[in-house]
Design a protein around this ligand. Structure first.
Ligand code: UT7
Length: 355
């Protein structure tokens, strides 16, 4: 049976404990950069960095548990997801996917669990898949997690072009069937990709195109590379167009948007998109300054932060936009959720009982 809407009914986050300022990052990694450049060009002041012992799955597990706590608090009873979607570019292993192990550690043995790979757009892609599964009547309660550990996996710590941008963390949402009028209801969406520009954001080696150790590997080919200027231009154009599509699909104008939560990559990109759409500064929310770019985790982390600080009323008309490697992009309209976000610290694999 089809249900009228999918509704966000739990919000969870998990962040590594180590907060690193621009000045400290520059000093520790011997970067030819300065705090002022980073703040002015990106809007980032600090980021949370995972210890080498903390994996993406550890963060995903903690954020997932926190979302279940939040969902149980709102529902007044324990909640059990029936599918787990994990958006990540930094899985625990090349094979298998990380989601099944996260589901197992959550006590959800037997439920389907899959990773969604769409770089920084991963959360928007995964949430749209969850929405489709719920409204088609195939699943009732998906758990969607965005989790990343760029700093310990993909980033060259000595590359100033990328090391200053990324942070680690995880955010999660619990989804259930409901009605379009409820707080948390997902409305319209727009997704897209342009694989012709895959080279603009890429880790050249380590996949089947250029396996580790194969002839042609350069010493830095296993690190993340980005053509920042070109990506910037595409991000602004694609997120603006995608947002317009999602707004049209909902029957909202930009004036109707009470909360704008974009992928947190660069404050200048966020402001350029919002300016083009005509969404005033007071309606733009995020935590880029404190967390940097956490890729697939950035939107659920920003959503939870906005809810924790009670900046937006439950039910408020909300617009989410994402952009990342692939290239991929997406936008989603929703009513701001009423769930109170919960947060948990990540714990290493062998210490699950501590959670
Ligand atoms: O999350 C996935 C999507 N990613 C994005 O959306 C990121 C998109 N791109 C960006 O956010 C920006 O392009 C960056 C923050 C990466 C770079 O900012 P920019 O304003 O585009 O700088 P630029 O690359 O045009 O470089 C401007 C100047 C250059 O010097 P010259 O040639 O003008 O002398 C760079 O060498 O800034 C220099 N520069 C730096 N200086 C100090 C570049 N990186 C740094 C640095 N510190 N870290």
């Amino acid at each position: 049976m089809r249900t009228p809407a999918a509704v966000l009914c739990g919000l969870g986050t998990s962040l590594p404990g180590r907060s690193v300022s621009n000045a400290r990052l520059i000093e520790e990694n011997h970067l030819d950069s300065d705090d002022r450049w980073i703040v002015e060009r990106t809007g980032i002041s600090t980021r949370r960095l995972a210890d080498p012992g903390t994996s993406t799955g550890d963060l995903a597990l903690a954020a997932g548990r926190a979302a279940l706590d939040s969902g149980a608090e709102l529902a007044g009873a324990p909640v059990r997801p029936d599918i787990v979607l994990l958006a990540t570019t930094t899985p625990d292993h090349r094979c298998p996917a990380t989601a099944p192990e996260v589901a197992h550690r959550l006590g959800l043995d037997g439920v389907p669990a899959l990773d969604v790979s769409a770089a920084c757009t991963g959360f928007v892609y995964a949430t749209t898949c969850a929405q489709a599964l719920v409204t088609a009547g195939l699943y009732e309660r998906p758990l969607v997690i965005g989790a990343e550990t760029y700093s310990t996996t993909l980033i060259d710590p000595h590359d100033r072009d990328t090391a200053i941008l990324f942070g680690d963390g995880a955010g999660a949402v619990l989804v259930r069937a409901g009605t379009p009028e409820e707080p948390g209801a997902l409305m319209a969406q727009d997704l897209g990709s342009d694989g012709g520009r895959a080279g603009l954001i890429q880790v050249p080696a380590g996949g089947s195109r250029l396996p580790h150790g194969a002839p042609g590997n350069g010493p830095r080919d296993h690190y993340f590379r980005m053509n920042g200027r070109a990506v910037y231009a595409h991000a602004v154009r694609r997120m603006t167009d995608s947002a317009r599509e999602a707004l049209d699909g909902t029957g909202w104008s930009p004036d109707d948007v009470e909360a704008f939560i974009s992928h947190q990559a660069n404050q200048r990109i966020i402001d350029a998109v919002a300016d083009r759409l005509g969404i005033p500064a007071a309606r733009r929310h995020g935590n880029l300054r404190e967390l940097g770019n956490t890729a697939a985790a950035s939107i659920p982390l920003a959503l939870a932060d906005t809810a924790v600080r009670r900046l937006v009323a439950p039910g408020a008309r909300t617009l989410i936009t994402g952009f990342g490697g692939g290239l991929t992009w997406g936008a989603q309209t929703l009513r701001f959720p009423e769930a109170r976000p919960h947060s948990r610290s990540p714990h290493p694999h062998h210490d699950d009982e501590a959670l």
